[in-house]
Write a protein that binds this ligand. Sequence first.
Ligand SMILES: C[S@@+](CC[C@H](N)C(=O)[O-])C[C@H]1O[C@@H](n2cnc3c(N)ncnc32)[C@H](O)[C@@H]1O
Length: 355
Amino acid sequence: MNSDIAIHKPAPIAVGKPLDKFNRTSGLKETLNILESGMPVLVSGFYSDGLLLLREIHHYLKNQIPHQSFKEQREYRSAYRKLSNLVLLEIKDQKLCIRKSPVIGWLERFYADNDDFLLTFPQVQGLNSAWQWYQNGISVPVLRNKLHTYYGVYFPTRFEHLLLFDNWLKRYSGPKKSAIDVGVGSGVLSMQMIKHGFQKVYGTDTNPNAIFGLTEFMGKTKLSRKLELDFAHLFGKWKMEVELIVFNPPWLPESHELDRIGEAIYYNECLFPDFFAEAYLRLLSDGKLLIIFSNLAQITNVTKSHPIEKELAENERFQLERCYTKKVKVASAKTNRDQHWRADEEVELWVLVKK
Ligand SMILES: C[S@@+](CC[C@H](N)C(=O)[O-])C[C@H]1O[C@@H](n2cnc3c(N)ncnc32)[C@H](O)[C@@H]1O
């Protein structure tokens, strides 16, 4: 099935006419001027020279743009993206052309047919960290195995919602024949359900990398017989009625530039109404509909409306059985200072049943 799936990866930039170069002996001011004028710069010398330039871009922008509120931080990130994406690296024979560069396995996997091209430094950083996560795996407190998440796939970095779900699964005593996991991502929720005895889970995702990566991760293991995947919107080809439907949807209303990872974070206005309408058709009469959510959008004043409360208030499909909440631990002192709103963040596990 996966032969039809086109992996999402950074588009290679063709090598064209010679570019201005940057290494640690170059003038920073001149380089920032070039970037500000919208022209690219090619990092030469060492990989760390590129890191140095990105740090300088941060310094430069921090002096110009406030970055306290959630909205300001978004604007700051957008200005940073604009300049940093003009910092380029050359890749020859699937290797970075500068000294002391990390080895990034994705380069061979994704660009086998391309012997000479450019990528932006942030793209290379993204590929590099994704490769580290993929190779080393991510331990989550609710699973014995590590997750080896593919490039470009959302994976959990905080675990409160997984713990809420795990506690709910521990207490759930209903039938465990089948479940649907909408937006499986790394597959973590599906694996939790299987760990708690669900015989079959049907997952979907609109991100091709999630489906491809999870299929590769499962290989021919026992898991691959219990978890079936469809690269599709919402419920895809899964039309059967099940006892449990879970969805850990994007938590914020859509912003402008959406990439694949963006789709894991931002939702458009049709997502929830369509999801509830389709979930209603697939949930058995005594089944449970579980949605993982967060108060992030409310506490950051991005929106006042809550898509689950809206569904309950406006439609006759579902009623609330219970909503469990858990405070999110603040990650570090630094996060605390720059992102003070995080202190009030709570994850929510909504358990709905049919009316
Ligand atoms: C917040 S992530 C959650 C991933 C995973 N279930 C977890 O709990 O870690 C949301 C996932 O939903 C996927 N997604 C977003 N919109 C979707 C849609 N309309 N249909 C199916 N999947 C979608 C995203 O690609 C992403 O993998």
